[in-house]
Design a protein around this ligand. Structure first.
Ligand code: GTP
Ligand code: MG
Length: 200
């Protein structure tokens, strides 16, 4: 096993697209306490990360509490060539009243996941706004992935894959569709980003 490559990853997107979900998961609280120094406030210790929860804990929670401020979690993945990539994941709050906090979290970020909900076209518009903001204000070499979540709700889909993929290609973004609920493509999202990061 070689050296660990560490990156800061920020999750952005409209409220309720599925970035996080409520959970009183003991492990997460413990990790949150360990990371107390970087945590925004104590409230975070009772919030968990839904897509990230699926990725880190392989767990999904139907009932959620909207994220307050932001929440933090770390996860390590090992690529096929044994490269170890550690993501420090900042899950931001999508509600409009927290919008002004976002720069604090994307500043210095190496990568970003901008998420929308495939059943809400307004959430793709919001995602495009985040992409514009990141491209103007974040690190110039930031790797951005556009992620359409809730693929388990295929019957309610309003955002066509081809439309979102075309937008992603035009704007130099990675693109994937996921379901935090079914776990579809969740680890692939993070692996895809890890493979794109500079690993030397
Ligand atoms: P904010 O914290 O307010 O920004 O919202 P968020 O983007 O973190 O949304 P959250 O993860 O809290 O999820 C919102 C709702 O969508 C919750 O009821 C989740 O259970 C649900 N949800 C999240 N991901 C999925 C998914 O993949 N499929 C389905 N069917 N529901 C999902
Ligand atoms: Mg959240």
């Amino acid at each position: 096993q070689g050296r660990i490559h560490q990156f800061k990853l920020v999750l952005l997107g409209e409220s309720a697209v599925g970035k996080s979900s409520n959970g009183d998961n003991g492990d997460w609280r413990m990790e949150c306490q360990d990371l107390w120094a970087v945590s925004f406030n104590h409230t975070h210790c009772f919030l968990s990360i839904s897509l990230v929860m699926r990725f880190v804990k392989d767990h999904f929670d139907e009932y959620r509490e909207s994220t307050i401020g932001a929440a933090f979690l770390a996860q390590t993945i090992t690529l096929d060539d044994n490269t170890v990539v550690k993501f420090e994941i900042w899950d931001t709050a999508g509600q409009e009243r927290y919008k002004s906090l976002a720069p604090m979290y994307y500043r210095g970020a190496n990568c970003a996941v901008v998420m929308y909900d495939i059943t809400q076209s307004s959430s793709l518009d919001k995602a495009k706004m985040w992409v514009d903001e990141l491209q103007r204000q974040a690190e110039p070499d930031i790797v951005i992935a556009l992620c359409g979540n809730k693929t388990d709700l295929e019957s309610r889909r309003v955002v066509e894959t081809s439309v979102a993929r075309a937008y992603a290609e035009e704007n130099g973004l990675l693109f994937i569709e996921t379901s935090a609920k079914s776990a579809h493509n969740v680890s692939d999202l993070f692996t895809m980003i890890a493979k794109r990061m500079p690993l030397d």
